[in-house]
Design a protein around this ligand. Structure first.
Ligand code: SAH
Length: 574
């Protein structure tokens, strides 16, 4: 029973809406508020108080015992805008109640217990078909009560705070087993059925064959990912309709590709008809996997020759590697897509200082593999190795993860047996550009001055080329304690082709709390003021300081108009 208590007219109106929605679940406690709360606390499993949280806390305080036995209490504010889970979020079910009340009253549920606040994924929201006691096992997960993950098929999953031992199970399986009492079955899309059919094969015959094959092999149709066949059969009505009725896509392959697949039961009939000795087995196996049901033919009641064949394959779970750029630092420059990928990964790999930057976004149960500066190759290898084990992995980098960062070493390691997704991030040159004004309005280039992995001759050749081509240059890794002569050298090369008054923007810690920037010139820049937290952007011959902002025009026409001497100046500098 849920006790409803209110003190004001607005509260009473909202209370009556709940009472009407829950005729058998809720009881209204009238009268003096203090007495009403005490009575409801003694008699009900849950309370909804249309009172201030402060008032409710004072009334409840002397009554509270332990969280396993106390009722769950939800407060709704006078404006009906929030339903606050106040006491007994898990044990008393107040979190769930706050959501229900929120849905009924149009109020926002407010939940502060850790797992809910960080958005532990409900087992029913993982994107897999499921069976079994979702409520019981989700509650056990929330309460940290030992839920064991048994993955019969390796498949990338979001993080779940599972335990090595316990009496509840989340089982990832494509077998047609029934869930136990304290068990949830998740169905990975691991099964592919290859089908072949002669022209005009009826849908019932194709469908019956597929369903029987799965049933007799003890496999769950909920794990069926797709039907596969040869291109020539992409519009065969019986196959198309069977896929539709099974609710899965139909994937087709060219005959030459299928002909190259090694199969246990090739035959001449399809070879002459469509140009491959196997359709069902080859189409099921073409992307790899384990053949669970070799080719079988349909059975026809009328004794006529079979018109359909099928074969079932369990395909290997493909791990997922997301290479995620976190942006330059500020949280609101981290893209929503990057945040979503961080929450989707069960393994996070990255430099410790970047992990700190986003730790609060991670879901409970995320395995964090952090390492210090330098261990780049090792991080890349670790991330790929985890993905190859079938995990969902996020490899993070600041700015854009593809710019002087982790994406290339990782993809150099990665084989085609994992899925890779890249999430772009705001790279330092862009973050700095926005602070400086519009320095990148025309052609621009980034050059890293780190000669750790690149010989200085190569770097210098590029600086020279940019100088000669009059391209705006942003220097990354401009200067560190051990590398202090490279920046002056690079600036001198540019100064050979640009005037001493050319604007230079220096931005340190763009978008971070201690951000600083200044606009200076090629002649005035003091290299000692530059460090590894900094990017340096040097304008082209048309770039101007306009009202303290660095502006590179879209073309050179204004330069010709406003400063006709500069072309000559340029020549003179050479
Ligand atoms: N992947 C990163 C770059 C890594 S190289 C990106 O896309 O931004 C490291 C260099 O980037 C630093 O030495 C510095 O020059 C620059 N950098 C990175 N973040 C920066 C920031 N917030 N402000 C200024 N420079 C930054």
């Amino acid at each position: 029973m849920i006790g409803l208590i209110s003190a004001t007219a607005a509260g009473a109106a909202a209370r009556d809406r709940l009472a009407a929605a829950w005729p058998d679940r809720a009881r209204v406690y009238d009268g003096l508020v203090g007495e009403a709360v005490r009575a409801a606390f003694a008699e009900c499993e849950q309370l909804v108080c249309f009172l201030a949280t402060g008032a409710t806390v004072r009334l409840l305080a002397p009554l509270l015992g332990d969280k396993a036995a106390d009722p769950g209490v939800v407060c709704v504010d006078e404006g009906g805008r929030f339903a606050v889970s106040l006491v007994g979020g898990h044990g008393g079910g107040a979190n769930e109640l706050a959501r229900e009340v929120g849905a009924l009253l149009g109020a926002e549920p407010v939940v502060t217990t850790a797992t809910d606040a960080v958005g532990l994924p409900g087992l029913d929201t993982l994107g897999f078909p499921f069976e079994g006691s979702v409520a019981t096992v989700s509650r056990a997960l929330l309460d940290g009560e030992g839920v064991v993950l048994e993955a019969e098929v390796p498949w990338p999953l979001p993080p779940l705070p599972t335990a090595p031992q316990g009496s509840y199970t989340v089982r990832l399986t494509d077998r047609a087993v029934a869930p136990g009492e304290r068990e949830v079955l998740l169905r990975p899309p691991s099964l592919v059925v290859g089908v072949g059919a002669s022209k005009g094969a009826p849908v019932e015959e194709v469908l019956g064959l597929v369903v029987d094959a799965l049933r007799e092999a003890g496999l769950s149709p909920k794990s069926l990912a797709e039907l596969a066949t040869v291109d020539a059969k992409s519009e065969e009505p019986g196959i198309v309709a069977a896929a539709e009725r099974l609710g899965v896509p139909l994937v087709t392959y060219p005959a030459e590709e299928l002909a190259a697949v090694e199969v246990p039961n090739p035959s001449d009939a399809p070879l002459s008809a469509v140009g491959t000795p196997s359709v069902a087995e080859a189409a099921a196996l073409v992307r790899g996997g384990e053949l669970l049901v070799p080719k079988r033919k349909s059975e026809r009641a009328d004794g006529q020759p079979a018109m359909a064949t099928c074969a079932v394959v369990r395909r290997p779970g493909r791990g997922r590697l997301a290479v995620v750029g976190l942006g330059p630092g500020a949280r609101d420059l981290l893209t929503p897509r990057a945040a979503a990928e961080l929450r989707r990964a069960s393994v996070l790999v990255g430099l410790d200082q970047y992990v700190d930057q986003i730790r609060d976004l991670l879901r409970p149960g995320t395995r964090v593999l952090e390492s210090g500066l330098g261990a780049e190759e090792e991080r890349a290898r670790t991330a790929v190795a985890e993905a190859r084990k079938g995990q969902a992995v996020a490899l993070i980098g600041s700015g854009d993860a593809g710019v002087y960062a982790m994406a290339s070493p990782a993809l150099a390691e990665a084989s085609d047996d994992i899925d890779v997704v890249g999430v772009p991030g705001v790279t330092a040159a862009l973050a700095a550009g926005a602070i400086l004004g519009a320095p990148l309005g025309h052609d621009h280039v980034s050059i890293s001055l780190s000669d750790l992995h690149t010989p200085w001759e190569v770097i210098e050749r590029r600086v020279r080329a940019a100088a000669e081509a009059d391209i705006v240059v942003t220097f990354y890794n401009p200067r560190s304690r051990g590398r202090d002569w490279q920046l002056p050298k690079a600036l001198a090369i540019l100064a050979g082709h640009r005037e001493p008054t050319t604007p230079v923007g220096v931005v340190r810690n763009a978008s971070r709390p201690d951000e600083s920037s200044r606009l200076t010139t090629l002649a005035a820049l003091d290299p000692a003021s530059v460090d590894m937290m900094t990017v340096v952007t040097v304008g082209n011959t048309a770039t101007r300081d306009i009202a303290g902002r660095m502006v590179t025009p879209r073309g050179y026409r204004w330069q010709a108009a406003s400063k006709s001497g500069s072309a000559a100046g340029q020549e003179g500098a050479k």
